[in-house]
Design a protein around this ligand. Structure first.
Ligand code: FAD
Length: 242
């Protein structure tokens, strides 16, 4: 289906029709039964296809832990739930690096890492949420010390609002050549696109126990550069609820 065909009938006000359109587009039904239009893609390529072809506004939600309890998802935007984006989880003991899809819950990711004796300090602070939500929801940058975000986050893969898949950084510090764009999406609150997966440097648990939380530098919530936003989302399709 072309983008134009995809646009026809892709109206959140007509959920049944929208569900059909999205099923045709993705080749599989990812609709979630709810009081609002929602899909839960389970592969990066499904997110990419969705962003390339769905013309309306999209709001990304992980576990929703940072939304206020009175929050009601809008009925005029498509909710993209990331909780089924769990394609990748690979830990390399040799490099002490882990690559994790955005939908993994922090609790499950921590428990898996703990079973091999390591932690990602920057992921320790909040008990709930997803990897993607943690990155997009950061409200303070843990810049201090070797375990701050700058050190912890080695790479990030994202889908832009137009459905372009981009990777910044990689498994080694030296993969970050030229402009270091890894951190553009941290704290982006779903405004700049969808975080698909991230690569983190791990630390031995024994070392971490003696080390404590990284130092944090407060950063005003939800402040995204208007220039950056215009550049990445010229049509203003990504809507943030928080
Ligand atoms: C305003 C606010 C209040 C918070 N309060 C608490 C608290 O009381 N207790 C606590 O433990 N933690 C709190 N946190 C931290 C938050 O729970 C963690 O950051 C958590 O990991 C979020 O994960 P989530 O999956 O629930 O994200 P969500 O709450 O679902 O989303 C957080 C933000 O990130 C965006 N987002 C989610 N996933 C993606 C993705 N894959 N790509 C792009 N954007 C994405 C959403 O659109 C939203 O703007 C708060 C964060 C914020 C921003």
């Amino acid at each position: 289906m072309s983008a134009a065909e995809g646009a026809a009938g892709a109206n959140p006000a007509n959920p049944e029709r929208l569900r059909e359109r999205l099923r045709d587009l993705l080749g599989v039904d990812r609709w979630v039964e709810a009081n609002f239009p929602a899909v839960a893609p389970s592969a990066e390529e499904e997110v990419v296809k969705l962003l390339q072809s769905y013309p309306g506004e999209i709001m990304v939600i992980g576990q929703g832990t940072s939304f206020p309890s009175e929050f009601t998802p809008p009925s005029d935007a498509l909710i993209l739930l990331t909780s089924r984006l769990v394609e990748h989880f690979s830990y390399s003991a040799e490099d002490q690096v882990v690559e994790i899809s955005a939908g993994w819950s922090l609790a499950e990711a921590r428990s898996r890492l703990s079973s091999v004796g390591v932690v990602v300090p920057a992921l320790e602070r909040f008990p709930n949420g997803t990897i993607g939500g943690r990155l997009a929801g950061i409200s303070s940058r843990h810049t201090g010390g070797r375990d701050g975000w700058t050190q912890s986050l080695l790479g990030i893969t994202v889908a832009t609002p137009d459905g372009e898949k981009l990777q910044f950084g990689g498994r080694c510090i030296k993969d970050v050549a030229g402009y270091d764009l890894r951190h553009i999406f941290t704290g982006s609150r779903g405004n700049l696109g969808v975080i698909l997966k991230a690569i983190f440097r791990c630390r031995p648990q024994s070392e971490w126990a003696a080390y404590g939380y990284p130092v944090s530098t407060p950063r005003p919530a939800g402040r995204i550069s208007p220039v950056l936003r215009k550049l990445l989302d010229p049509k203003g399709r990504m809507r943030s609820g928080v």
